[in-house]
Every structure is written in C-alpha cells, then in structure tokens.
Design a protein. Structure first.
Length: 268
C-alpha cells in the first residue's frame, strides 16, 4: 500500500507531507492513521525542534473523505477520529507551521488552524463548506474560533463562501501570505511557491532560535486560554457525528460523491 503521509527529518526540522493528491488530500482512513503516527513520532523525537505540515498537489486538504462517509456505518464516521488529530497538532511540544500552497476546505481548515503558524501562498483559497453539504463544522470550531475574528467566523462558517488568502490573513486564520511583487512583468506561477518556501524558511529559522524546553513550555502556556479538552471535543463530536449520520448529512455526502447538487438545492 502506497504511503499517503511522508515524514522527513533534517537539521532539527520535521516535515510532514500529505501526499494523496488523487483525492485532494482528503482525510481518508489511511491518511488519518498515517498522520496520527507521524505526529506521534515527531512529538516524541528529541532531535526535531520545528514541525512543518505541508502537502503535494494543488490542495492542502479537502477535509473528511466524503466518499468514505457516504458508505460509513452509523457510529463509524471518520470524523470521530478528527479530535485526536487536531489535539496532536495543537499539543505537539514543538512549534507547528502549516504550509498552505493551495486549497483548504472544511476539516482541512481545522487541521491548519490547529497549527501554531499558518503561512499561505496567494493562490490559496478557503471555504467552510460543511453547511453546503448538510454538515456542521463543530469539531474544527475549537481551533478555528480560537484564531479567527468572531465577525469573520460568523459570516464564513454560515455562508460557506469561498475566500482568498488575503481575507484569511485579515480574519486571523493565516499568519502571513507570501505575496510576490510582479509589477515588472516577470511573474511566473512558481514564483509564489518559491516565495512561500522562503517565508517558511524564515519562520523556521526564527523558531529554531528558541530553546526546545522553552518553546514547549510556551506552547503549554498559550493553550491555557483554549479549551481543547477531551470533554469539549466529545460534546462537539456528538453534534458533528449525529449530523454526519442524519438524512441531510448522508444526502450531502452522496450528492458530493455523485457530483450533483444535494436535494435542498432543488425547488420543491
């Protein structure tokens, strides 16, 4: 079985790469399992001091694998594993940088929001698409609402509208955007990726200047103001899982898999 998550450790930096472009790096059962394992390894690795979470292909992460969800038995929805993944990111004793060079949707936004620093290319786009497929962004609300402006979050979570990297930055979801000055007409698409990699390298170099124990302690200190307890995730997971198993949630997942509008898009 081909691995969907790769872990590379070099010079104190652990790079975790989501490598399932065929399904837009969706959180399939295999990818979830491999991502958990990679996060556990870097958390325990005394040689790794900074973690970079990145991706192959044009999509950072499309969220839960809805093709799996459409056929999942009640009680075995993949979303039930999402709290543990988000906690592994946020509780990692090393600073985690999310490198977002493309699309992020739904649970994919939750994954990047759980990181300490989010760096995006100008081409990156975002959408809380849950409501449009009959789901509730309950579980990801823990890291998302901790980062975002309440006014922006209310609009974007309710409408499911697409928004760009610049707005994500204004809303607090993204720390910095790797803009490219192309006024001289020399702009090439790959310039954005090069600028993003330069920005990631800049943040990595800055974080490597911190003492490992001091960074871990500071992360723990910063988490004191966030309730990402098992109890809170359990409450929100129940809300999310019930909706995944509802008629509306099933219809949304099946409609997505069949590439058609869900039933509520059609006039009665």
């Amino acid at each position: 079985m081909t691995a969907l998550v790769h872990l590379e450790r070099t010079a104190g930096v652990a790079t975790i790469t989501l490598d399932s472009p065929a399904n837009r790096n969706a959180l399939s059962a295999q990818l979830r399992s491999e991502l958990r394992d990679a996060l556990d390894l870097v958390s325990a690795d005394t040689q790794s001091r900074v973690v970079v979470l990145t991706h192959t292909g044009p999509v950072f992460c499309a969220g839960m694998d809805l093709k799996e969800t459409a056929v999942a038995a009640v009680g075995s929805e993949g979303v039930r594993e999402l709290p543990g993944i988000l906690q592994r990111v946020s509780r990692c004793p090393k600073p985690v940088i999310a490198r977002v060079a493309g699309t992020a949707r739904a649970g994919g936004i939750g994954l990047l929001a759980a990181a300490d620093v989010v760096l995006a290319a100008p081409r990156a786009t975002f959408a809380f698409s849950e409501v449009r497929i009959g789901l509730i962004p309950a579980v990801i609300s823990v890291p998302v609402l901790d980062r975002m402006s309440p006014v922006e979050a209310r609009e974007l979570l309710l409408t499911g509208e697409l928004f760009d990297a610049e707005r994500a930055h204004r809303a607090g979801l993204v720390n910095a955007v790797a803009f490219v000055d192309h006024r001289d007409g020399s702009y090439e698409p790959d310039d954005e990726l090069a600028a993003l990699d330069d920005l990631v390298a800049l943040y990595v170099a800055s974080l490597l200047q911190g003492g490992p124990t001091a960074l871990a302690g500071t992360k723990a200190l910063l988490r004191r103001g966030r309730d990402d307890s098992d109890e809170r995730y359990a409450d929100l997971l129940e809300m999310s899982a019930v909706q995944f198993s509802s008629g509306e949630g099933r219809e949304g997942a099946v409609a997505f898999a069949e590439k058609r509008p869900p039933s509520w898009h059609r006039a009665d």
